[in-house]
Ligand binder design. Sequence first.
Ligand SMILES: Cc1cc2nc3c(=O)[nH]c(=O)nc-3n(C[C@H](O)[C@H](O)[C@H](O)COP(=O)(O)OP(=O)(O)OC[C@H]3O[C@@H](n4cnc5c(N)ncnc54)[C@H](O)[C@@H]3O)c2cc1C
Length: 398
Amino acid sequence: MDFSTVELTPEQSRFVQEVRNALDEIVTPEVHDHERSTGDGFHEGVHLALGRRGWLFPSWSVEEGGAGLDPVRLRILALELERYRVPHVTLSTTALVWQAVARFAAPDLVAEIRPLVATGAVRLCLGYSDPEGGSDIAASHLRAAREGETWVLNGAKMFTTGAHNCQYTFLITRTDPDAPKHKGLTMFLVPLDLPGVEVQAIRTYGGERTNAVYYTDVQVSDRFRLGEVNAGWAVLRGPLDAEHGAGRVNDGLSDVCQGRVFLREFERALDATVEWARRSERPGGLPVAEDPAFMDRLGRQIVELEAAVVTPGPMGRIKGSLTLIEGVAELMDLVGPEALLTHGAEGALAGGELDFAHRWAQGTATYGGTIEVFKNIVAQHVLGLPRADFPGSKVLVR
Ligand SMILES: Cc1cc2nc3c(=O)[nH]c(=O)nc-3n(C[C@H](O)[C@H](O)[C@H](O)COP(=O)(O)OP(=O)(O)OC[C@H]3O[C@@H](n4cnc5c(N)ncnc54)[C@H](O)[C@@H]3O)c2cc1C
């Protein structure tokens, strides 16, 4: 492994400055206040401003609405967006869904939507999880019944994050209830402004906003079908595998760890703890930063962070989440009651960083597939173990 510092060319350094200048203007304190109060993972003004620079699909050519960035500049942009804490959930779901739309939608629909996702006027969200259970995606119940050139949708989806800020949902439906579960599914790109679609807010313990979406006799044109009827599993696989981390290239530019985004939050929590230790004293006057017991426990967390950062594949998704969850709990114990003060409270540590990190950490074990599901992926696809078959499991037919 090459640990040497990356030397940027003068042109690349100028690009870093260009991005920072732009983000200084775009990512105002109001953007972060908005994110804290809504938990949306999205800010329309920021999204449209990024779109104007071609930075929503930055690898696309300028003519296509992108910025034609090469891999190094793509990496620079991604790192700066993270550093500025740009709300990114809807940005990410739009990019995930787009690859399936580009491949499976009718050409006229692709041509219509493509420029709009590039400017940011159209956003896409993920309609996978059922109220009955989200891990077993292929067991989806939401019914789509054909009536000529129209499909009638009835049912519900849980946790459709960003639905209230998106124009379409990438919806998994059951079109043949009698077929084996993977073979009776069809995917649609459903416009969220159709009559019969109802979006209801759900707020999580971590402060995120997600949604329950109800579909009552929703009539959607066959034009919005993606791929063949009852072949939805093949359409879904691309975005799902990408979300699970398959196909990641080891180009020396990408993060090794799939849970890296979680670890950035842990880094901020560690920084807040170090800042607290520098200005705090034990009752006898010993600076906390010189207390060997404190340093030992803090050091262990830094080692855990470093180990997580270099954990590859699906193991990195698990390690990233657990390092954050367990590590922030340890930091809160080290700091004590001050760590519980939330943003805006008098004396809150680094703007309530530890309180936020602790709450936000919990959801990381669930969305995009739970830790347990990822353990199954590691068992089967990394270790080559047979598929688990627990008593009472949902696999009824072999
Ligand atoms: C903040 C947030 C945002 C989300 N955003 C979206 C979104 O945008 N779109 C979307 O479609 N979904 C979204 N989800 C849903 C998420 O993908 C599901 O919550 C997740 O897949 C788990 O599904 P479930 O909550 O229904 O739990 P279940 O699937 O009912 O699982 C319950 C428990 O059983 C365990 N379990 C289930 N199956 C197995 C198995 N085979 N082996 C071992 N253990 C198992 C699970 O780990 C879990 O502990 C979001 C969830 C959250 C919390």
